[in-house]
Design a protein. Structure first.
Length: 234
């Protein structure tokens, strides 16, 4: 079976979605956005992975696509992320992720990519998270914070993670926004442990206020907690 992945993506184009979505990722050139809706893109990724198991030509096309970095289009990056999600071997998935993360250039691609296999070994994942957080690439750091938020705020939570995330504050807007999101989510799950961080104003002013704003918007924070958090704004 012959396959042209980029051609298939153009056939899935939705111009209305393209115009709307391009406003959400202003750092991506609109000319590099095809406009494939996320459900359609996920379905296409699953189709490729399904057919790759039966057809060597499809597998070769998928392998070639994933090796051809950087991609030209935003939609190709998202497809790449969804293909990584379909990798069932832990080592292979992590290797593919590490190859791809340096080429991620926007928050949306970064945040929508979450292979379930990573959650099966949180000790190994934590090691990877620490490596990602030491990166000088914005979206690799953001991804690491996102994984801490996804997997380490409940029974696997440790207070040291708060310091680890707070240290990521920098000049990068998309890193600082993820730090704020992390602390807002952490307040909903570990309120008593996280609260002193805000009371002691241990985050930069913008990130501090943004974390409070996001926490106040959460339905998992009680009205009493929200009132107190508002009083901590600077």
């Amino acid at each position: 079976m012959e396959i042209n992945i980029q051609k298939d993506l153009w056939e899935l184009k939705d111009e209305t979605y393209r115009e709307f979505h391009s406003k959400l990722i202003p750092n991506v050139n609109p000319e590099h956005i095809i406009g494939v809706r996320t459900p359609a893109l996920r379905s296409y990724a699953k189709k490729l992975l399904r057919e790759a198991k039966k057809d060597l030509c499809v597998q070769t096309a998928v392998d070639s696509f994933m090796a051809a970095l950087p991609h030209t289009y935003y939609d190709e990056n998202n497809l790449h992320g969804f293909l990584i999600e379909g990798i069932k071997d832990y080592d292979a998935c992590l290797a593919a992720l590490n190859c791809f993360l340096p080429f991620v250039d926007n928050w949306a691609t970064c945040d929508m990519m979450s292979p379930k296999i990573l959650g099966t070994d949180l000790a190994r994942l934590l090691s990877a998270v620490n490596e990602w957080l030491s990166s000088d690439h914005t979206y690799t750091v953001r991804y690491g914070i996102g994984m801490l938020m996804r997997y380490y705020l409940d029974e696997h939570f440790m207070p040291d993670y708060l310091d680890l995330v707070a240290k990521q504050c920098c000049e990068e807007y998309y890193v600082n926004m993820m730090v704020a999101w992390y602390f807002a989510t952490a307040l909903a799950r570990q309120y008593e442990t996280v609260l002193p961080f805000l009371e002691q104003k241990r985050l930069p002013e913008w990130t501090h206020n943004k974390a409070i704003q996001k926490a106040v918007e959460s339905r998992r924070i009680t009205p009493e907690q929200k009132n107190y958090l508002r009083s901590l704004k600077v």
